[in-house]
Write a protein that binds this ligand. Structure first.
Ligand code: M6R
Length: 576
């Protein structure tokens, strides 16, 4: 996780308006602490959100600066552990996203040579390592080659020397991109940081490093210069503001009708061929495995249910456990689903899978992301930038892709009706859910029950209640409850039942918990507390999920929680 940024400019730029504003766009990657350093050797750090740093520092101008927004891994959330880290003389400054696995070994070597450490981080070895070898007489390019060979782990690093005018950038596994603007270069964890300045970018591949000043030079790990192609990307900027909404989460929930319409249109035109190729790949492959984490895993579960309805056997495994369950070969189709396209658990499995010759298709929201670039081809869910840590509109669009691929393979569904029905589900239920949240805001546990295609939604709603509302929630198969968990049901325990098409088994499961005193909340397209538009149970999953989005939002709002940036989380999980 962590967001890093570096700007090298021909003209002076404002630290607050350019460097820190750019860094703020990466804040969704981690928001425990932040900091920056400039060419002149000024360095500032603070714990908490970037806005606090912006408010506390006096603005200055410079022609080179780096910044960092941290999601803590090694070492607590303290000012000392915030980046940039620097050497004793404050002449070398570095920001790092990733984990230096052999940092203890490097630290011991440096300590033996008289280096003192001020933080508990793995990253602090970087400036000291460079300092040590500079003092031994090595040039920076040679030290970069040595560093890339010696260091184990993952990194996107930006480093500079005071008054030198160059940024030294290195990448392995953690994302890094160079934005090419009219009068400056911006190095960043992703394109969001500079999408208001340019649509031209160069993406670092693994084990590459670069030296950026008034121009740029890229090298492979052995120091051989490589030529890279500038890519033009498209990104809509209107997504970056909250408009009239109090939180990005609510804005993003309400963007779902428009976002799903955009995707459905694109699947008929721009992405038509990709969808067809996806269907062909499914037909040709001997085995089909989905690969995803968190919310995207729930979308993959829906994919599995839909394919099985069509008689196609498919499996899904949470990426971090993939190697313990599944073997792949050249006849396997692997479908990676990821909003960010950067989730390390998925990336690292894909890298291994690539060696087997298996076909990789990705379903991503962020274009040019690592997962997209690792795949044979990709379908973009076109949800637009999602800033709240909780995946909402991107999840809905992932389900739409699942439905579209099922339709391509013969499943009967009218996708065009979905955006309007999402709008209706929101309009009909938002006020009711807001009132419901008042009664649920102090509950310690909430159970969510679903069957078939609604089961992944039960899990997804539970995940949202945990991450946004900090309520312990369990999403369960309705039929599984009686095998143990029902022991937890007592008078007043809230149980949300997802009941599409008057599903008799779900009705029985709901009665079973009611008989034990549970306070049930029925989400249904026939009779219930919250009614969503009548539809096939595959579509019901989308509308029922809206209820979960709204409920977790309003419980969190009632409890005055940091909805867009919940504690301990980050939007893009780029560590294992
Ligand atoms: O970017 P990805 O879809 O790969 O992210 C996977 C999970 O980290 C993500 O879905 C997470 O569970 C969300 N915060 C859920 O709202």
């Amino acid at each position: 996780m962590c967001g890093i940024i570096g700007i090298v400019s021909k003209k002076s730029f404002s630290v607050k308006n350019d460097l820190l504003k750019g860094l703020k766009k990466l804040e969704y990657r981690g928001y425990d602490s932040c900091g920056f350093a400039t060419k002149e050797g000024a360095v500032e750090k603070s714990v908490g959100e970037i806005q606090l740093l912006i408010d506390s520092v006096k603005d200055s101008t410079t022609t080179l600066g780096i910044g960092h927004s941290r999601w803590a891994t090694h070492g607590g959330v303290t000012k000392a552990n915030a980046h940039p880290h620097f050497n004793k003389d404050k002449t070398l400054f570095a920001v790092h996203n990733g984990i230096i696995e052999n940092y203890q070994e490097l630290k011991q070597m440096l300590e033996k040579n008289g280096y003192g450490f001020m933080s508990e981080t793995d990253s602090e070895v970087i400036p000291h390592y460079f300092d040590y070898y500079i003092k031994k007489g090595l040039g920076i390019k040679d030290i970069m080659i040595k560093f890339m060979a010696e260091v184990k782990g993952t990194f996107a690093i930006l480093l500079f020397r005071k008054e030198d005018g160059r940024v030294y950038a290195m990448k392995r596994d953690s994302p890094l991109v160079l934005g090419v603007c009219d009068d400056c270069f911006v190095l960043a964890s992703d394109i969001y940081a500079f999408s208001d300045k340019t649509n031209k970018a160069l993406f670092f591949d693994d084990n590459e490093f670069a030296i950026i000043s008034s121009d740029y030079h890229f090298y492979n790990g052995n120091g051989k210069e490589i030529k890279k192609k500038i890519q033009n990307f498209e990104w809509s900027r209107e997504e970056e503001t909250k408009k009239n909404f109090e939180h990005f989460m609510l804005k993003e929930v309400h963007e779902q009708p428009a976002a799903s319409r955009r995707l459905i249109e694109s699947l008929k035109l721009m992405q038509k061929d990709a969808l067809k190729s996806f269907a062909e790949a499914i037909k040709k492959s001997k085995r089909i495995f989905f690969l995803a984490c968190g919310t995207s895993y729930h979308a993959s579960l829906i994919g599995v249910y839909l394919l099985r309805k069509l008689g196609i056997e498919a499996h899904t495994v949470i990426a971090s456990e993939f190697e313990n369950f599944l073997a792949v070969d050249k006849d396997t189709l692997v479908v990676a689903i990821s909003q960010s396209g950067e989730t390390m658990d998925v990336v690292s499995v894909l890298k291994d899978i690539k060696k087997t010759g298996a076909k990789i298709i990705s379903i991503v929201n962020v274009p040019y992301s690592t997962i997209q670039r690792l795949s044979d081809f990709s379908i973009e869910v076109l949800a637009g930038q999602e800033i709240c840590v909780a995946a909402t509109k991107s999840f809905t669009n992932q389900i739409v892709v699942m439905l579209a691929i099922a339709k391509e393979l013969g499943f009967l569904i009218n996708l065009d009706e979905i955006p309007g029905k999402i709008k209706k589900a929101l309009e009909d239920n938002e006020e009711k859910v807001r009132k419901l949240a008042l009664g649920l805001k102090d509950k310690k546990d909430i159970f969510v029950l679903g069957r078939g295609i609604s089961y992944p939604i039960a899990r997804e709603i539970a995940l949202k209640l945990k991450e946004i509302s900090y309520v312990h929630a369990e999403g369960m198969m309705g039929g599984e409850l009686k095998h143990g968990t029902i022991a937890l049901i007592e008078k007043g325990t809230p149980v949300i039942s997802l009941i599409p098409n008057h599903n008799e088994d779900m009705i029985s499961n709901t009665k079973e918990v009611e008989a034990r005193g549970a306070r049930t909340i029925i989400v249904s397209d026939t009779n219930g507390d919250l009614i969503v538009p009548k539809s096939h149970d595959a579509e019901f999953s989308i509308y029922a999920c809206m209820i979960g989005h709204l409920l977790s939002y309003y419980i969190a709002k009632e409890n005055k929680l940091p909805i867009d940036k919940p504690r301990n989380l980050a939007k893009s999980v780029t560590v294992k």
